[in-house]
Each structure stands twice: as C-alpha cells, then as structure tokens.
Design a protein around this ligand. Structure first.
Ligand code: ADP
Length: 301
C-alpha cells in the first residue's frame, strides 16, 4: 500500500481538511519484481556459457596451445556453448515478441495436421540422429483447422515435439496425435488413471458451443515427477538431474508454449507417469467454417 495526503484547505470552523489516498500497489510491485527476476535470470543464463567460453579461450592461449587433441576437444565445447547462447537469445526474442502482441487476437486459419506434418519433417534429421521414430496419427486436411497465427502454432508444436525427442531414449518413439471437434471437458478427459495430470492453462473464456481441436505429443522418456508439473511453464524452470542428451535446453520452451496458447484462447495440459513418459496436450478453438471455395467468385478471370 502507498498513502498520500492531499490538503483540501479549511472548513468553516477553521479545521484543516485533507484527503488521504490509499493505493494498493501489490500488482504493480509484483510485476516489477517478476521483471527484475526475469532480467536477473536471463543475465545469469547468458553469463554461464560466456564464462565457460572465456575460460577456454584463456586455456587455449596458454598451455593447450601445444596439444592438438585438447585443442579440438576445447573447440567443440566452445562451439556447443556458443550455440547454447544463440538458442537462448532466439528464445528470449521469441518471448518478447509474443508478449508484445499477446492481447491482440490472432487472425488467420491454420490446419493443425499440416502444421504438425511440417514440424515432423523439420525435426526428422534430429530424430534420425537419435534413432527416434515418429508415430503420427493425423486427420485429413481440412478436418482440424483452428483460428490462429501459423508461425506461432508451428512454434508450439515444434517446442513440444523437440522436448519429446530430447527426452526419448535412443530407438524410442514419439507419438503425435490430433483430435478435431473436442469440447474443453473432453480435451482434458482422463486417459491413464495412474498419471499425474495437470491443466497448466485452461481457457476461462470458453463458450459452451465452441469446439476445439486437440494435439497431443507423447514420449516414453523419464517422465516428470508430480511436484514439478505446476512449475514447468515458468521461465527458466528445469527439472534437476534430468538427462536430455548433449543438447541442454533453455528452460524457455514451455513458457513460450503457454503464452502462445493463451493468446489463442486455448488450453495446455500435461500428464506423466514417472519412468514411463510424458504427454503434453494443447487444444485450440476451431475456425468457423467458411463458404465453399467453389462458390467464392475469383478476382482474376
Ligand atoms: P527446456 O528448453 O529446458 O526443454 P522447457 O520449458 O521446454 O525447457 O521445459 C522445461 C523443463 O520441463 C525441461 O527442462 C524438462 O525438465 C521438463 N520437460 C519438458 N518436456 C519434457 C518431456 N517430454 N519429458 C520429460 N521432461 C520434460
């Protein structure tokens, strides 16, 4: 709370009058604190690979100069650190771009099946490197069209599939499924009673008559313990001691997913059985059907 007194002169009896203004600053302070925490975290995350790079440069200029084996090893580590910094900066830029237009409803129509197929094609080399196979169960074109921004929806699917590949053991399978025509209740319906399940984001503006298309990405990796589920979409939150292969994540992927899904008036949920894998699901409002293309007059002869 802040208090401010404003003098209002005197009344007829000669007493001083004042107006005391009390203002609840909780939200303002909380936003300021979040912003400061975020900047501190971002700086720390960028400083870590930078410190490592400086250290290796020092070593290379010193005693590693004469040792070609060590030099190659150090250069490979330095390259990985530089790539990590670059991923961090890309993700930070994405987050700030998404925050800028978060309150503007996205315009456009996106075919979820086509977007998912594009992501699968783009991540195929990464999956092949780990000998991870895709099991994609996609509806025909036109069956799951949602309202949205294509680039952002592709980014959501990409972040989820990328995580699934990252945490899937070698020779494993990542499953991508799409379900058109859900209501919010069926979108989060129970599948596995043993799973720890959490809706990370549910649309508070959902209309009963509205239909959603759902997309689910499942892996058979280590899964996520129940206590971590509520915090997964926090910026820079990572589960300690989890092996994700050689490519360390930024901890921003699911924060980006949450912001984009929120902007699209959609929902996000996760369910996991420890040791048996994780399933991330999103659902987005389906686009209202347009008149059949054949009946729309074309502009050019
Ligand atoms: P990161 O870039 O570190 O993957 P994310 O925001 O995408 O960041 O994910 C946050 C954390 O959630 C990860 O560091 C990981 O601990 C956990 N996580 C995300 N996806 C999975 C998954 N499919 N299986 C197991 N853990 C996961």
């Amino acid at each position: 709370w802040t208090a401010q007194a404003r003098p209002l002169g005197r009344d007829e009896a000669g007493s001083h009058l004042a107006l005391l203004v009390l203002r609840d600053e909780t939200d303002v302070r909380r936003t300021e604190r979040t912003r400061a925490d975020f900047l501190a975290n971002a700086s720390h995350e960028l400083r870590t690979p930078l410190a490592s790079l400086s250290g290796f440069i020092e070593t290379l200029r010193g005693h590693a100069k004469e040792d070609p084996g060590a030099r190659d090893r150090f250069l490979a580590i330095m390259q990985a650190q530089a790539e990590r910094m670059s991923r961090l900066i890309d993700d930070l830029m994405s987050l700030s771009r998404i925050e800028l237009n978060e309150h503007i409803a996205p315009a456009g129509r996106v075919d979820l099946a086509m977007a998912a197929q594009d992501v699968i094609d783009a991540l195929a080399p990464q999956a092949r490197d780990k000998q991870v196979a895709f099991d994609a169960i996609l509806p025909p074109r036109g069956a799951a069209v949602v309202e949205g921004d294509r680039d952002q929806i592709v980014q959501v699917i990409q972040n989820l599939v990328d995580n699934a590949i990252k945490y899937t053991p070698k020779d494993g399978t990542v499953r991508v499924e799409i379900f058109p025509g859900l209501t919010p209740a069926t979108a989060v319906a129970a599948r596995d009673p043993a799973a720890a399940r959490l809706a990370l984001l549910t649309p508070d503006h959902s209309a009963v008559e509205e239909f959603y298309a759902g997309l689910r990405v499942s892996d058979r990796g280590p899964g996520i313990a129940r206590e971590h589920l509520p915090r997964l979409t926090e910026r820079f939150y990572r589960v300690e001691g989890q092996k994700s292969g050689e490519r360390q994540g930024t901890g921003l992927g699911l924060a980006i997913v949450k912001h984009i899904v929120n902007r699209h008036r959609g929902g996000l949920h996760v369910e996991s059985v420890r040791g048996e894998g994780a399933t991330f699901g999103i659902y987005l409002p389906m686009a209202k059907s347009l008149p059949d293309k054949d009946f729309v007059a074309s502009e050019e002869p």
